[in-house]
Design a protein around this ligand. Structure first.
Ligand code: SAM
Length: 232
C-alpha cells in the first residue's frame, strides 16, 4: 500500500512539473521560467525546425506581414513572448514596418529578450515595448479595442488556466480580418493538458465559438502544431 502511495505521489509530482506547475498557479510557471530561462534559450539552437527559414517564413512571418501590411502604425502583439524568438524574427524582416508589444510573466525570460533588443539599432529598439504581465489577469482596455493587426501566442496556451477567456480578450483587441496565430500541442500529447481544450476538435470549437474564422492547422515541430485564424 505504501509503495502505491509513493508511486502515485511521484507520478503526481512528475505531472505537475511536466505541466510546468501551471495547475498550481501562474506563480509556479513564473518561478520555473525565471530559473530555467538560460536553458530555454538553448532550445532554439538545438532544434533545427526553429532555425528553418522557409518554415519560419511560411508559418509565422508571412501571415503576420500579410495581416499587418506595410504601415508603420500597425501593431503586432506577442503574448507569452518568452525570450522573444518570434518578435526578433519579425524585427529582422525588413518588410515589417510596424510596432511590437510583447508580454510575459517571467522577468528571467524578459531579461534575456531585453539583451537581444539591446544589440539592435535605435530605430528598431524604439519599435518594441516589453511588459511583464500575468496573462491570467490580462484584459483588453477600451482604447485598445480593434487596434491590433496580428496577435501571436506560441507554446503557451496549454499552460493558461484562463485560455478561453484570454481568447475573448484577444478577439476584442484585433482589428476585423486580423490574424490570431497560436500553437497547440500535437494530438499525441494534447490530451495530457487536462481541461485546457488543446485537442484539435476542442480548439477549433473554442475559436469558432469566440468568433474566429478561416481556421487552419499546420504541422510544425514534433511537439507543436501552428494555427492561423482570423477575426470576422
Ligand atoms: C514555452 S515558453 C514560450 C515562449 C515563446 N512564446 C516562444 O515561442 O519561444 C512559455 C512562456 O509562457 C510564459 N507564460 C506562462 N504563463 C504565463 C502567464 N500566466 N502570463 C504570462 N506569461 C506566461 C512563460 O513565462 C514562458 O516565457
Amino acid at each position: 500500500m505504501k509503495i502505491i502511495i509513493v508511486l502515485l505521489s511521484l507520478l503526481f509530482i512528475c505531472f505537475l512539473l511536466y505541466s510546468e506547475l501551471s495547475y498550481i498557479s501562474s506563480k509556479g510557471i513564473k518561478f520555473l521560467y525565471n530559473i530555467f530561462s538560460r536553458i530555454y534559450e538553448l532550445k532554439w539552437k538545438l532544434d533545427k525546425t526553429y532555425l528553418n527559414k522557409e518554415i519560419n517564413n511560411r508559418l509565422f512571418i508571412k501571415p503576420i506581414l500579410d495581416s499587418s501590411g506595410q504601415e508603420s502604425t500597425s501593431k503586432f502583439i506577442d503574448l507569452a513572448c518568452g525570450t522573444g524568438r518570434l518578435s526578433l524574427l519579425l524585427l529582422e524582416c525588413t518588410d515589417f514596418k510596424g510596432q511590437i508589444e510583447a508580454y510575459d510573466i517571467s522577468s528571467g525570460m524578459l531579461d534575456i529578450f531585453k539583451k537581444h533588443i539591446d544589440k539592435l539599432d535605435i530605430k528598431e529598439k524604439n519599435r518594441i515595448k516589453i511588459f511583464q504581465a500575468d496573462l491570467i489577469k490580462w484584459k483588453c482596455s477600451e482604447e485598445n479595442k480593434n487596434s491590433c493587426s496580428a496577435i501571436a501566442i506560441t507554446e503557451a496556451g496549454e499552460f493558461l488556466s484562463n485560455f478561453p477567456e484570454l481568447i475573448e480578450e484577444i478577439y476584442k483587441i484585433l482589428k476585423p480580418n486580423a490574424l490570431f496565430l497560436l500553437t497547440k500541442p500535437v494530438e499525441r500529447i494534447a490530451w495530457t493538458f487536462f481541461g485546457r481544450k488543446q485537442s484539435k476538435n476542442q480548439i477549433i470549437k473554442l475559436l469558432e465559438e469566440k468568433g474566429f474564422i478561416n481556421i487552419q492547422i499546420y504541422s510544425w515541430t514534433s511537439h507543436y502544431d501552428v494555427i492561423h485564424c482570423y477575426k470576422k
